[in-house]
Design a protein around this ligand. Structure first.
Ligand code: AMP
Ligand code: GLY
Length: 425
């Protein structure tokens, strides 16, 4: 069948590489895709992927048999609803279920209604009452803009100055626009974070292998938050006993809630977890694959991703079909100088062919473009250098060996990806 994948980043490059191998895949279309993805399928650059009607019309016209929606934007805009109404199997939840990511207040209330383990929180629509409540909770305290803010809408405030500065961004300077018109004040959770991405077919919610990402820009988890500087899988903190707790305290009530509220969820539910001695708690839901978690999960998938996604879209997921390669995988993100602030673009990248030859290595492009037959940087996060190995040590060493071959001016990356997993083993 013909498969259409929406998106253009490193996550979509990884998904595209796996979908291309699917026994179902006769042709792969990528909208908009990227220069690097042209090797995998046909890029459809002029399709407005946030417009449900235009995407649906295009898919109908081109006889698409499965649509996979990568980013949250089209999901929150209702693209999946339009496709399903036209009878096209679609991997990705509809607009209503996408609110689990698009509104942190909606997600929190959903968790409260269904007794899903998470931190206590309250929502506010003005600065004085948000501040008053936050001050009663003690520091650190967490403030979250309600809406989609490209990963920037969360502040873990350690003192009153930070708290007030972030409330100013939400309510005074309106740095997040409408997304910051409502905020959630949430209790701080201590512990170790892990990402558990789950396939959902509307009736079943089945976790994938676990992963952990590195959100801070600098080694030792220092500096500002980013979209993710690296990741690894599995997540040692999620051992079998902890996973059993996650199933009973989080996944089962979440699924019951989805069904009870008729949120027909067919796609990937990303459950961001905080794990400590008291057990697991939900930090966030996302309604899509994680980035860069996907880049470490794809190389470990020992199943046909196209078949599984179609099964989710058609409500017939067989959890026993999900098999994971043993060993470990790691991803090192190569970022532009200045990221997560302003950064230059258009810098020539060298050494990609050499790097890709290394054993177990896959390179996914997050923000690159083509120029004069070569690749240049075009985003804050430029490349995802990923490797699998028999254990963390081997996977991490292989990824860094490949990184050694790659150069672009100002290239920045963390040197401690997977440090937690290495010291545990
Ligand atoms: P979110 O967008 O909700 O995932 O928040 C972004 C990051 O902020 C998370 O990955 C955590 O590192 C941190 N964070 C969010 N909520 C909490 C919380 N309740 N306690 C501690 N850290 C949090
Ligand atoms: N890696 C975090 C996210 O995808 O939201």
């Amino acid at each position: 069948m013909k498969i259409l994948l929406l998106g253009s980043g490193g996550r979509e490059h990884a998904l595209a590489a796996k979908l291309k191998e699917s026994a179902l895949c006769e042709a792969l279309f990528l909208a908009p895709g990227s220069a690097a993805m042209r090797a995998l399928g046909e890029c459809v650059v002029n399709l407005e992927v946030l417009d449900p009607v235009l995407v649906k019309d295009w898919a109908v016209e081109h006889g698409i048999g499965l649509v996979v929606i990568g980013p949250e934007g089209p999901l929150a805009a209702g693209v999946a609803d339009a496709l399903r109404q036209a009878g096209i199997p679609t991997f990705g939840p509809g607009k209503q279920a996408a609110r689990l990511e698009a509104s942190k207040d909606f997600a929190k209330q959903f968790m409260a209604r269904h007794q899903v383990a998470t931190a206590a929180a309250k929502s506010f629509e003005n600065r004085p009452s948000a501040l008053e409540y936050a001050l009663t909770r003690g520091f650190p305290v967490v403030v979250k803009a309600d809406g989609l803010a490209a990963g920037k809408g969360v502040c873990v405030a350690t003192d009153r100055g930070e708290l007030e500065a972030f409330l100013d961004e939400c309510f005074e300077t309106k740095a997040f626009g409408d997304a910051g018109a409502k905020v959630l004040i949430e209790d701080f959770l201590d512990g170790e974070e892990a990402s558990l991405l789950c396939f959902c077919d509307g009736q079943r919610l089945e976790p994938m292998a676990a992963a952990q990402d590195h959100k801070r820009i600098a080694d030792g988890d220092q500096g500002p938050n980013t979209g993710g500087m690296g990741a690894y899988s599995p997540a040692p903190v999620l051992d079998a006993a902890m996973l059993a707790q996650v199933r009973s305290l989080i996944l089962e009530p979440t699924l019951r809630g989805l069904i009870a509220e008729k949120l027909d969820f067919r796609g990937c539910l990303y459950v961001g977890l905080m794990i400590n001695a008291k057990g697991p708690r939900v930090v966030e839901y996302n309604v899509r694959f994680g980035d860069p978690e996907t880049q470490v999960l794809v190389p470990r998938m020992d199943f046909d991703l196209g078949e599984i996604m179609l099964a989710c879209a058609e409500g017939r997921l067989d959890p026993t079909a999900l098999r994971w390669k043993p060993g470990a995988s790691a991803c090192v993100v190569l970022a532009s100088q200045g990221y997560p602030g302003a950064y230059p673009k258009g810098l020539a990248i060298s050494g990609l062919e050499q790097a890709a030859k290394a054993e177990g290595v896959s390179i996914f492009h997050a923000g690159s473009a083509e120029k004069d037959g070569g690749f240049v940087s075009s985003g804050g996060r430029v490349l995802n250098v990923c490797a699998v190995g028999k254990d963390f040590k081997e996977a991490i060493a292989r990824a860094y060996k490949a990184v050694d071959a790659i150069r672009f001016e100002g290239m920045h990356f963390r040197k401690d990806i997977g440090h937690r997993a290495l010291t545990r083993n």
